[in-house]
Write a protein of this length. Structure first.
Length: 228
């Protein structure tokens, strides 16, 4: 007989290329990790250390499902990102050992209520409602590192209705994947099931109902969703 007083929440999962499901524990997101995006957001890429915000695990949207246009915003933005799926936990992870903690990679969107985020930043308040809302993390299949290796360069691109909006190279990340894992593990103990969204290139912009978003990362995979 269960001792839960309510039904426990379902575990959020992401399909794995080749079969299986990756259970999602937490989602950590790196802010401003490409120089040109940092500049377009008013930051200085030469001086800022990485900073992180989070999304709830049930923000994950998979299988190319439609994304409902979220309430309380008139300025929904796309952010195309490489997603790192952690397969082995640890704290104070050495940069040289960081990639051994990675299960695989995926392409994903960090969808953002930019008007809410901007108002919160201006008031010195948390960004949570600008970043961590329902269905705010569409993610494609996870490809195991055993198959894909550990991509540190290659095209990262997003199209809206077939037109390129974001196009860059993974090599342009300010903090690469091993550095990011090592840095974050000084603040929290990473665990299997954690995701790290590694930041977006320049070109973020608004989307509206009916828009089709299609993202691709060389050697990793694709992600798509339509705003409804």
């Amino acid at each position: 007989m269960s001792s839960y007083v309510i039904d426990p929440p379902k575990v959020a999962v992401i399909p794995v290329a080749g079969g299986g499901l990756f259970p999602v524990r937490r989602i950590f997101c790196v802010g401003r990790n490409y120089a040109e995006h940092t500049r377009e957001m008013g930051g200085d890429p030469d001086r800022e250390e990485p900073f992180f915000f989070t999304k709830p695990s049930d923000a994950v949207l998979t299988g190319g499902a439609d994304m409902p246009y979220p309430p309380k915003t008139a300025d929904l933005h796309h952010e195309m990102e490489l997603v790192v799926a952690i397969g082995k936990g640890g704290k104070d992870i050495a940069e040289a050992d960081a990639l051994s903690h990675v299960f695989g990679y995926a392409a994903g969107f960090d969808m953002t209520r930019r008007d809410l985020q901007g108002a919160a930043k201006k008031a010195g308040k948390p960004w949570d409602m600008g970043k961590g809302f329902d269905a705010s993390a569409p993610i494609g299949e996870v490809i195991p590192a055993a198959k894909a290796g550990h991509p540190d360069k290659g095209l990262i691109e997003l199209k809206v209705n077939g037109a390129v909006r974001q196009s860059s190279d993974l090599a342009k990340m300010i903090w690469n994947v091993p550095e990011t894992i090592a840095y974050l593990s000084n603040f929290v103990t990473l665990a299997p099931g954690d995701l790290i969204m590694t930041g977006t290139p320049e070109g973020v912009a608004a989307v509206v109902k009916g828009d089709l978003l299609e993202g691709a990362i060389a050697g990793v995979g694709t992600v798509r969703t339509r705003i409804v």
